[in-house]
Design a protein around this ligand. Structure first.
Ligand SMILES: Cc1cc2nc3c(=O)[nH]c(=O)nc-3n(C[C@H](O)[C@H](O)[C@H](O)COP(=O)(O)OP(=O)(O)OC[C@H]3O[C@@H](n4cnc5c(N)ncnc54)[C@H](O)[C@@H]3O)c2cc1C
Ligand SMILES: *[C@@H]1O[C@H](CO)[C@@H](O)[C@H](O)[C@H]1NC(C)=O
Ligand SMILES: *[C@@H]1O[C@H](CO)[C@@H](O)[C@H](O)[C@H]1NC(C)=O
Ligand SMILES: *[C@@H]1O[C@H](CO)[C@@H](O)[C@H](O)[C@H]1NC(C)=O
Ligand SMILES: *[C@@H]1O[C@H](CO)[C@@H](O)[C@H](O)[C@H]1NC(C)=O
Ligand SMILES: *[C@@H]1O[C@H](CO)[C@@H](O)[C@H](O)[C@H]1NC(C)=O
Length: 522
């Protein structure tokens, strides 16, 4: 075992790629027997940059100085992916896999540590097969989660999928890193509802749940993308949804008791009826006279408006929810509402796969276990009032999330979590503020929040990847367990150990690696 790994590194170091042409020619030569037209793109092709940027959701990584792949290959079927893996392994070429391209640090299409590299863009693999009788759906990784929702709703008005809020997310990265959405308090996250998967290992073999075994199937349900293999498709469980659901969007400013109301939300949000998911979007805005904080309660209730009002009046009267705020609709319409589409946008918009959010951004996450006092909240407002203000999204936990044991899948944020915080700062190149101003304010806020959030570890959501938390050594091939634990324990708590053990067994040469891939035991 040890000697074969050594031999692998030794061979890698011998590969004479002096130029990208070398990689392009070698890879082209190796895959030529299966190559289909318009699936192989080099930087000389006029289609190269448009393709590279077509699913690069964080514009921070679309600048001229961003490290770019030497080529992009777009498989049309699983044989193409298998061949790409076999050839890359043989030639010592480093691969990055991209499904929806929403990675917060862009690591599915750029690399700060590994050039040269090749992007395997899976956007052409987007078949979705709904099995209503079997209560399940098989979705290829390049499908957006919105496409999955659309095809499920086409088949049934009373079945849904508990997955992401943003509809342009790729099935590949979303499910593999967890995948929460507005039904998580009732049904858990997408990875909790995964029934099977197809994965290609470093030998180019295609495996399903049975042939990969329960350890690997455990690891890929939340252990994060790009560590174990190339996922080809996921089978997800369909869950019942009422024919009529209710949504609302109500905003309270500081002048409307936002602070007191949010204080109460922290106490009830996680224990209220699990059919209700009311997240809060918090930002500083210029009010009519003074700058103020707006707290917008953006919610889905799996039931009718009267029943919802009965619950909020009893458990959360401070919100002052009124009948006029409540909009009844079908589940698929609620998907569009929560994702932020204008009212009456037809569901077919989901088939365009277009992202609704396209910015340069930096984000971080936290998990809260005890309510933050009103004084604590006022400290947050102070930081939000600074110029390059980030916004926050507070997302309630509890319900089903508290019932699932921490070690059930790698995603460990369960019992005791009241809510998750996401901090986001966005900017445009033309704005007067610089990237470092924005990143500076978000870091200041994150530092201030340390006293109010989970500790030892300070937990973070792997699908909100944050390279500030730490990175693998070059090629991720020699990172110590202790060093990787700095970020690994935050994303996975004690599940990190098991992930490392499974990784070491399943991908002993660390073929699937990136800045924060699960390392192998040295
Ligand atoms: C605007 C926006 C909204 C979001 N909203 C939500 C939300 O509502 N809920 C939620 O849970 N998360 C949300 N996220 C986070 C999102 O879940 C992660 O960014 C997720 O990894 C995206 O998956 P992707 O396929 O689009 O990304 P990609 O960038 O394609 O992939 C992400 C990671 O997975 C790897 N990967 C991709 N495909 C494969 C594959 N087939 N096999 C193996 N590895 C693969 C990549 O190499 C990369 O490491 C949001 C992100 C953004 C930018
Ligand atoms: C994938 O396409 C190639 C042609 O490019 C073909 O040879 C191969 O059989 C196909 N594989 C599958 C599983 O359809
Ligand atoms: C691509 O363009 C570069 C210069 O722009 C040139 O040197 C190289 O030969 C070209 N490669 C191919 C395969 O055409
Ligand atoms: C704010 O709260 C006070 C008492 O706590 C109440 O009298 C007042 O009506 C509230 N204001 C609004 C706009 O809800
Ligand atoms: C605006 O701020 C001033 C000073 O802090 C305060 O006196 C005033 O009441 C505020 N106006 C409104 C409409 O809240
Ligand atoms: C791995 O790291 C150790 C300790 O930092 C170092 O001694 C060793 O040379 C490294 N090995 C490789 C292959 O880089």
């Amino acid at each position: 075992m040890l000697s074969s790994r050594f031999l692998f590194f030794f061979l890698l170091s011998l590969i004479p790629f002096s130029s990208s042409n070398g990689i392009q020619d070698a890879f082209h030569g190796c895959i030529s027997s299966i190559l289909a037209p318009h699936t192989f793109f080099t930087p000389n092709d006029t289609a190269f940059i448009p393709l590279l940027h077509s699913r690069a959701i964080n514009l921070r990584f679309t600048t001229p100085s961003t490290p770019k792949p030497d080529l992009i290959f777009t498989p049309l079927n699983e044989t193409h992916i298998q061949t790409a893996v076999i050839c890359a392994k043989k030639l010592g070429i480093h691969l990055r896999f991209r499904s929806g391209g929403h990675d917060y640090e862009g690591i599915s299409y750029t690399s700060v540590m590994d050039p040269p590299f090749v992007v395997i863009d899976l956007s052409k693999m987007r078949a979705v097969n709904v099995d209503v009788a079997g209560n399940s759906v098989w979705a290829e990784v390049g499908a957006t989660i919105g496409e999955v929702y659309y095809w499920v709703a086409e088949k049934s008005k009373t079945l849904g999928v508990p997955a992401g809020i943003c509809t342009s997310l790729g099935v590949g990265g979303l499910v593999t890193g967890g995948g929460y959405g507005a039904m998580m308090r009732k049904y858990g996250i997408a990875a909790d509802n995964a029934l099977d998967a197809k994965i290609i290992n470093a030998n180019g073999e295609i495996l399903d749940r049975k042939s990969m075994g329960e350890d690997v199937f455990w690891a890929i349900r939340g252990g994060g993308g790009g560590s174990f293999g190339a996922i080809v498709s996921w089978k997800l469980k369909l869950v019942p949804v009422p024919a009529t659901v209710t949504v609302f969007d109500v905003t309270r400013t500081l002048e409307q008791n936002a602070t007191k109301t949010l204080y109460k939300w922290q106490q009830v949000g996680n224990e209220i009826d699990q059919d209700l998911f009311a997240r809060v979007i918090i930002k500083a805005t210029d009010g009519t006279t003074n700058r103020t904080i707006t707290t917008t309660y953006n919610a889905l209730f799996l039931g009718g408006a009267n029943q919802l009002l009965e619950i909020t009046n009893r458990k959360f009267p401070e919100l002052g929810l009124a009948k006029v705020d409540c909009i009844e609709m079908s589940w698929i319409e609620s998907v569009l509402f929560i994702a932020g589409y204008p009212r009456n946008t037809p569901p077919s918009v989901l088939l365009t796969g277009k992202p609704t959010f396209l910015n340069s951004f930096k984000a971080k996450s936290d998990f809260v276990k005890t309510p933050i006092s009103e004084t604590g909240l006022e400290g947050i407002w102070k930081i939000l009032f600074e110029k390059e203000s980030p916004f926050m999204i507070w997302n309630p936990y509890g319900g089903k999330m508290s019932e699932i044991p921490e070690s059930s899948i790698p995603f460990p944020h369960r019992k005791g979590i009241l809510f998750k915080i996401q901090y986001v700062t966005t900017w445009t190149d033309s704005g007067s503020e610089t990237e470092s101003d924005h990143v500076g304010v978000i870091q200041k806020l994150y530092k201030y929040m340390g006293q109010y959030v989970s500790m030892n570890p300070r937990e973070a959501y792997v699908n909100y990847r944050d390279l500030d938390l730490g990175m693998n050594d070059k090629n991720g091939r020699n990172t110590s367990f202790e060093k990787a634990s700095l970020w690994g324990r935050r994303y996975f708590k004690d599940n990190f150990k098991r992930l490392v053990t499974i990784k070491t067994e399943f991908d002993p040469n660390n073929f699937f690696s990136h800045e924060q891939s699960i390392p192998i035991l040295g």
